[in-house]
Design a protein around this ligand. Structure first.
Ligand code: C5P
Length: 221
């Protein structure tokens, strides 16, 4: 049976992937389905938490008993996270946030011109929301969790990212063919700022979610 160990806690989870518009009909996006974030939200609700799920471009049913805030871009996701995190005990950043966005938004559809090469797309940096909320905790003892998809040197790169971002826990996925994007399963290692390493074997995204909440609940108690 699930312990209600997150009762009286407010947790914020981000899910999905941001879309950065080029013009009214086009965007730069990514393949995140939002399934891991939704699994985190529903398992936290089952453990008694009040859950705010900030959902970037997902097409999944709202989990029962969860407050869902839809967003589109990284800038919108940042606004929603900062607002919800103000009174949160934990923030879990499972969304794939675009690192860059088009420098210019064309208010009319970009047209192709005959016999002309396309203009290059200039990009500018998006704010790093995980680094920002980690550096500037809305309340003392707030637990901040990040996600990272790595293709190689998973543990070394993950540890460096944990330190760079300043979060308490970093869930590191090895990105592979059947893993991670759109699949029902995941395999990961959860790195802790305290030096801990918690491997999570290949299995349902709910199992990884439960491990994350175990580690969060321990830090909150
Ligand atoms: O740097 P990288 O994109 O690999 O980091 C992934 C983690 O950082 C995820 O938890 C993601 O939600 C978060 N992130 C963020 N703001 C960004 C880029 C990533 O909060 N601009």
């Amino acid at each position: 049976a699930t312990e209600p160990d997150l009762r009286e806690r407010h947790v914020v989870v981000t899910a999905g992937g941001t879309r950065e518009p080029l013009d009214p009909v086009r965007f730069l996006g990514n393949r995140s389905s939002g399934k891991q974030g939704y699994a985190l939200a529903s398992t936290a609700a089952a453990r008694g938490a009040r859950v705010t799920l900030i959902a970037a471009n997902t097409s999944l049913p709202d989990p029962a008993g969860v407050d869902v805030v839809p967003v589109g871009t990284a800038v919108q996701l940042r606004e929603a996270v900062l607002k919800a995190a103000a009174d949160a005990d934990a923030v879990v950043m499972a969304a794939a946030v675009a690192d860059f966005r088009p420098a210019v938004y064309a208010p009319g559809k970009i047209k192709k011109k005959d016999d002309q090469d396309p203009e290059p797309i200039a990009l500018i940096r998006n704010p790093d929301i995980l680094a920002e909320i980690s550096a500037d905790r809305a309340r003392p003892g707030q637990v901040v969790v990040g996600f990272a998809a790595e293709t190689d040197n998973v543990l070394v790169n993950g540890r460096a990212k944990l330190e760079r971002k300043g979060c308490d826990l970093l869930v590191v996925n090895e990105v592979g063919e059947r893993k991670t994007f759109g699949s029902e399963e995941n395999e990961a290692v959860v790195l802790g700022a305290d030096g801990s390493e918690t491997p999570v074997p290949y299995g349902p995204k709910e199992a990884l979610a439960e491990t994350v909440w175990n580690l969060v609940a321990r830090r909150l108690s």
